[in-house]
Ligand binder design. Sequence first.
Ligand code: NAP
Length: 345
Amino acid sequence: MNNSAHTISHTRSFRFNAEGNSLRLHAQTSLPSLGENQVLIQLAAYSLNYRDLLNMQDINGRRADLIPLSDAAGTVVAVGKAVSNWQPGDRVSPNFFPAWHDGVFAPHHLASALGGGQVDGVLAEHVVLDADAIARIPAHLSFAQAACLPCAGVTAWHALFERGQLQAGQTVLVQGTGGVAMMALQLATAHGARVIVTSSSEEKLARARELGAWHTINYRQTPDWDLQAMALTEGRGVDHILELGGAETYQKSISAVAFGGQIAQIGVLTGFNLAPNMLPLQFKNANVNGICVGSVAHLRALNQFMEQHQITPLIDKTFAFEDSAAAFEHLRSAAHMGKVVIQNS
Ligand SMILES: NC(=O)c1ccc[n+]([C@@H]2O[C@H](COP(=O)([O-])OP(=O)(O)OC[C@H]3O[C@@H](n4cnc5c(N)ncnc54)[C@H](OP(=O)(O)O)[C@@H]3O)[C@@H](O)[C@H]2O)c1
């Protein structure tokens, strides 16, 4: 083991309690053990996703004692003896699915998701991960900014660029102003696409326009936002819709998508019970792409794009590690725009 880990005397993590509905701080004197193909990472920042709220609400207690969160960034402090591509001091972030390196998605990739199922996540001062499950952080990003990318950033990247093959000049619609939506706004705008943002808040819509949104729609004031999107695109419809709402938005996404357009099925913000009439998709020759975050290769490609365009993720608010529970409550309030971050100084 090539390391500086011997200087670390203890480490802390947050775990869900036995009911799986709140956090408890856990301290230990031993560091996680390191396999020969693994790296030990000292984490400096973390970000929350809507999924983390769903995990915390798991009333069956299935997440009892689990370390939550999938998204973090930090510094390699030790490497296993077979690891040649990383060294102490490297700035890295873990991929959401440590087992999905590249290529077609498989069930064992899904089962590896950090901070879900039975797999411990990253809300810890130190984590051990396989050397091929991490990616280098772009030089222009802080740890806090890099921690915004593994779930929200990669999901937006995968939907728009890998599956969507987004072209400059095309139209994109994102629902709300949360983490995935704002990452998609930033990425698509940098690529020369025209982005429509929907939100319940006029203030957030004004900020979205400052960030480059082409048009904005208040989905509370204009419940038929699909018709508005049609009008804004002169009756063509939207080329790429990031479906984040689920139950309450799906039918409107089908209505607003262009002939030959694409719906990236991503979210469940308004619930899981989807029962849309799919027939219009047929008459539009439109596509639905199911999106489940992404691979290490997607994270690397995203990092490269972020660096090329010098994009910095939109951070709404940063909480201290000790105040992690307050970060969850802030996300739950939906007062945020972009990402909610936890920092460990
Ligand atoms: N499939 C995947 O791989 C994947 C990956 C990441 C996330 N997701 C899913 O994608 C969704 C977004 O995740 P996130 O982490 O970005 O969430 P988030 O940051 O918590 O987003 C919250 C925002 O969603 C917006 N919203 C709520 N109801 C809405 C509605 N009816 N119409 C439009 N917007 C609405 C609100 O925006 P305003 O305040 O502006 O109204 C709210 O502030 C979640 O369902 C999450 O589970 C899926």
